[in-house]
Design a protein. Structure first.
Length: 207
């Protein structure tokens, strides 16, 4: 579950009604230079906490991974901070330290204005436009994550095997063609006396 904290009723109007809970602060706001935030349960116990800052070791420079700037500097650019230790551990030789208070576990969001009410952004993913799970934001593309099965199928509604879940047609559609020779009642490939006999046998019978 995701929650969003806003500092005014205007924020509530902007983010409310999107499937996640939105709470308005009674007073104050979140300082850009740093602040202590804690999440407590109904009994007042601290469930999680973070004391963020805009000074080292919090992100103040970019970190290069695979030839790209992975962790951009969020300081002074109005960026949204994201907690990303699991992602970093996949691509760094030395695993990062654990905990919210370790600044190296945070980065500026890859998405402008962040992703309020949703999972954090990621630069990794499938960046092949032909894939079913194509991610246009996947700057550091990983072809191994691409899959090409779930969205391919027959997209013609008039076909025998129409797939309503398919978004890309794969040429597999099957159609029942009308009889090119409707007078060939017995289906032997020609119109003959045998077809007339078929007609006379059924003539006058109610449908």
């Amino acid at each position: 579950e995701f929650i969003v904290l806003v500092v005014s009723d205007a924020g509530l109007a902007a983010y409310g009604g999107n499937g996640y809970q939105v709470f308005v602060l009674d007073a104050g706001n979140f300082s850009n230079s740093g602040e202590a935030i804690s999440l407590r349960d109904a009994f007042g116990n601290v469930v999680n906490a973070v004391d963020y800052n805009d000074a080292a070791p919090w992100p103040a420079a970019s970190l290069g991974i695979l030839g790209n700037n992975y962790v951009e500097s969020p300081d002074g650019g109005c960026a949204t901070l994201e907690y990303i230790p699991e992602i970093l551990d996949l691509f760094l030789t030395t695993p990062t330290a654990n905990g919210n208070d370790f600044g190296g576990n945070w980065q500026a969001s890859w998405v402008n204005n962040g992703t309020p009410g949703m999972a954090n952004s990621s630069a990794f993913g499938c960046n092949n436009p032909a894939a079913c799970n194509f991610n246009p934001n996947a700057i550091l593309g990983n072809e191994a994550e691409c899959e090409f099965d779930s969205c391919y199928g027959c997209t013609y509604a008039s076909s025998n095997n129409f797939d309503s879940n398919a978004t890309i047609d794969d040429g597999s559609c099957e159609f029942t063609l009308d009889n090119p020779c409707p007078a060939d009642l017995n289906g032997d490939g020609s119109v003959s006396t045998a077809d007339l006999l078929e007609f006379l046998v059924d003539f006058g019978n109610p449908c």
